[in-house]
Design a protein around this ligand. Structure first.
Ligand SMILES: Nc1ncnc2c1ncn2[C@@H]1O[C@H](COP(=O)(O)OP(=O)(O)O)[C@@H](O)[C@H]1O
Ligand SMILES: O=C(O)C1=C[C@@H](OP(=O)(O)O)[C@@H](O)[C@H](O)C1
Ligand SMILES: [Mg+2]
Length: 189
């Protein structure tokens, strides 16, 4: 019998978290991985470990260089996670890359959905996100408007994260993943 938190029940594909900056991809991803007892990869953390701070990469080499590093890092993470339910949290702009879009179609993609009010305080405290320098809320809102259709199109599961603590949202996401895996199994029978 499967334990309640056994990773088997959420399927055997990598679980990829997408969504706008500060929605909680890194925090909820880590929480979910802990609940499931599976590895966690935060692609931004991998980039920082290999190349220094994200602000430093943007300032020294530009956004295009960051996006190239990011696409390679995501590809390596998905490859490493293949055949497992490893949780992978992406940066908010990673899914704009068409190669990344193709790669994550082999994963269970979770879109964390929120509104500007949810992230306003977090963004006001923000320091390390170069794309939010200056008018952080204005920039966040403009980017969300253009990226939102991409997040919606790529999502297998959409989780509303406007209310709830990180651990509550981890619990809700685990339940949504179990439902999704069960529904897929039913279709494949
Ligand atoms: N549901 C939540 N409740 C309270 N704080 C949250 C919640 N989700 C995220 N946070 C906090 O907001 C900040 C941004 O979250 P983070 O996971 O880094 O977002 P992302 O990776 O999507 O940019 C972090 O300090 C995180 O702990
Ligand atoms: O949305 C973006 O373009 C970015 C989001 C950031 O990650 P988070 O979404 O985890 O903040 C980070 O990758 C970089 O600052 C660029
Ligand atoms: Mg993050």
């Amino acid at each position: 019998m499967l334990h309640r938190s056994s990773p088997g029940a959420v399927g055997s594909r990598p679980i990829v978290l997408i969504g706008p900056m500060a929605v909680g991809k890194s925090a909820i991803g880590q929480q979910l991985a802990q609940q499931l007892g599976v590895p966690f990869i935060d692609t931004d953390a991998v980039i920082v470990a290999g190349h220094g701070s994200i602000a430093g990469i943007f300032a020294g080499r530009g956004e295009n260089a960051f996006r190239e590093i990011e696409a390679r890092t995501v590809a390596d993470a998905v490859e490493e996670a293949e055949g497992t339910s490893t949780v992978i949290s992406l940066g908010g702009g990673a899914v704009l890359d068409s190669g990344t879009q193709q790669l994550i179609s082999r994963c269970t993609v979770v879109y964390l959905e929120c509104d500007a009010d949810t992230v306003a305080d977090r963004i006001a405290r923000n320091s390390g996100r170069p794309l939010l320098a200056g008018d952080a809320m204005g920039r966040w809102t403009a980017m969300f408007a253009t990226r939102r259709p991409v997040y919606e199109r790529l999502a297998d599961i959409t989780l509303d994260v406007r209310h709830g603590s990180i651990s509550e949202l981890g619990g809700r996401l685990e339940a949504a993943l179990r439902n999704h895996a069960a529904a897929k199994q039913e279709v494949e029978k």
